[in-house]
Design a protein around this ligand. Structure first.
Ligand code: NDP
Ligand code: HSE
Length: 435
């Protein structure tokens, strides 16, 4: 039976998951594949870990040596980061080795160079695990929905942030305690700032945007806002109004161009995405023929991620000897058809908004705020006055109808300039998830 030899870079959370999966599922996989996948060499700082998890594999300390080994057909990059990982991936491609990676940062920032080099060297780069952990959403975008024009993709695509938001809402836990638990469980990035400040979700939605709309990967065009500044009062008020706050990655094709953004978002509690909790991820894709489809599953963790990684290895094993024109293009569209398109600036996106204003609890204040919003054409859908704070202060929570973001920002600046307003206005975008 044919054997596909894997060179594994990194034996951390995901690397360990892959080793365990291959140990436990080899028989079933071989029945599906008709050939065997085996790890022939591992680059890790710990020889002991290699001996324990991959006893049959050779131990390498230099990734660039590993990728050049004759007994490595496919390089599995699970280092993370963009320094050594990038050098090793580019070197491997130059050596004609196929690549599987879970590294969304690497692809969001250097994907165009990596895919171009891969085309030139006739090798495949697979990256299912880079987006939404164990959910096969890359396969859905590249293959399952290939007959459609994609209109929008919106998803909960950072397990760590969703875990934090869920635990804060359900158990009232403190942000930093839940983050520590996410790190202990192996969900968080090596630098968890990437999770909580929206970068990781930005990397993932950038990759999906390119696949959906046939553009080069353009992380620089992605607006990023994480959950670290979220106030638990807003989570509570949103809930009272029938909404949940989720960190969403959104990309949408509009007449003005492509929207590409990550930010906390109010979602009506009746929508499926609003009920995705813990480390679970979900991606909603709207496409012109099939309509709405939703993909749900574990977004992080050793074994769910290993499931996606090994499925990629199996795909490569099947296609290794296929002529390159029979392979699915890296960015879903033929390389010559990948075209840059205009991205919409945040000032020009259209959304509805949650606003919280802290102001003096006096006659006429509500009217003044409503007038300042109306001056910018911002129409109010709902308005409630919340608990009176100390010093004769009140909190006014406003939901707006759809409007252009720059109008809301201008109105907010005018509101904050009023003497009766005593703190910066909180603004959270809302999504009905209908289009
Ligand atoms: N964790 C998850 O749930 C998911 C992670 N990913 C992605 O998968 C990749 C790996 O993540 P994860 O497994 O969590 O990360 P870890 O930090 O747990 O693992 C990375 C491993 O790479 C090793 N490594 C890094 N540099 C070197 C080097 N120079 N030589 C030898 N070994 C090295 C580290 O070794 P050492 O232990 O000695 O530092 C570590 O064991 C990342 O790109 C991440 O974004 C994707 C989806 C889910
Ligand atoms: N840190 C990432 C891992 C999965 O990509 C997350 O929490 O979603």
């Amino acid at each position: 039976m044919r054997t596909i030899n894997i060179g594994l870079l990194g034996l951390g959370t995901v690397g360990r998951g892959v080793a365990e999966l291959l140990r436990d599922n080899t028989q079933e996989m071989t029945r599906r594949l008709g050939c065997e996948i085996r790890i022939s060499a591992v680059c890790s700082r710990s020889q002991e870990r290699v001996q324990q998890l991959c006893p049959q594999a050779a131990w390498e300390t230099d990734p660039l040596t590993l990728v050049q080994r004759d007994d490595v057909d496919v390089v599995l990059e699970l280092f993370g980061g963009t320094t050594l990982a990038k050098d090793a991936v580019l070197k491997a491609i130059e050596c004609g080795k196929h690549i599987v990676t879970a590294n969304k940062k690497l692809l969001a920032e250097y994907g165009n160079d990596i895919f171009a080099l891969a085309e030139k060297n006739n090798v495949m780069v697979h990256f299912e695990a880079a987006v939404a952990g164990g959910i096969p959403v890359i396969k859905a975008l590249r293959e399952g929905l290939a007959a459609n024009q994609i209109q929008s993709v919106a998803g909960i695509i950072n397990g760590t942030s969703n875990f934090i938001l869920s635990e804060m809402r359900e158990k009232g836990s403190a942000f930093k305690d839940v983050l520590a638990e996410a790190q202990r469980l192996g969900y968080a990035e090596a630098d968890p700032t990437f999770d909580i400040e929206g970068h990781d979700a930005g990397h993932k939605i950038t990759i999906m945007s390119a696949l959906a709309f046939g553009t080069p990967v353009n992380f620089g065009a992605c607006y990023l806002e994480g959950i670290s500044q979220l106030d638990s009062r807003d989570i509570k008020y949103a809930e009272e109004l029938g909404y949940r706050v989720k960190l969403l990655g959104i990309t949408r094709k509009t007449e003005k161009g492509i929207e590409l953004r990550v930010h906390p978002t109010l979602i009506p509690e009746s929508r499926l995405l609003a009920n995705v909790n813990g480390v679970m991820n979900a991606v909603r894709i709207n496409a012109n023929m099939v309509g709405e489809t939703l993909y749900y599953g574990a977004g992080a963790g050793a074994l769910p991620t290993a499931s996606a990684v090994v499925a990629d290895l199996m795909d490569i094993a099947r296609l290794m000897n296929a002529p390159s024109q029979n392979r699915v293009p890296h960015l879903a569209f033929q390389p010559s058809q990948v075209k840059a398109q205009n991205f919409v600036s945040m000032d020009n996106i259209s959304s509805s908004y949650y606003l919280r204003v802290q102001a003096a609890d006096e006659a006429g204040v509500l009217g003044k705020i409503a007038t300042l919003l109306a001056n910018e054409g911002v129409s109010i859908e709902a308005l409630i006055q919340k608990a009176v704070l100390d010093n004769n202060q009140a909190e006014i929570v406003i939901l707006t109808h759809h409007t252009i973001e720059k109008n809301v920002k201008t109105a907010i600046a005018a509101i904050e300039a009023q003497d009766c307003v005593s703190a910066p206005v909180t603004m959270i975008r809302m999504e009905s998830l209908h289009g």
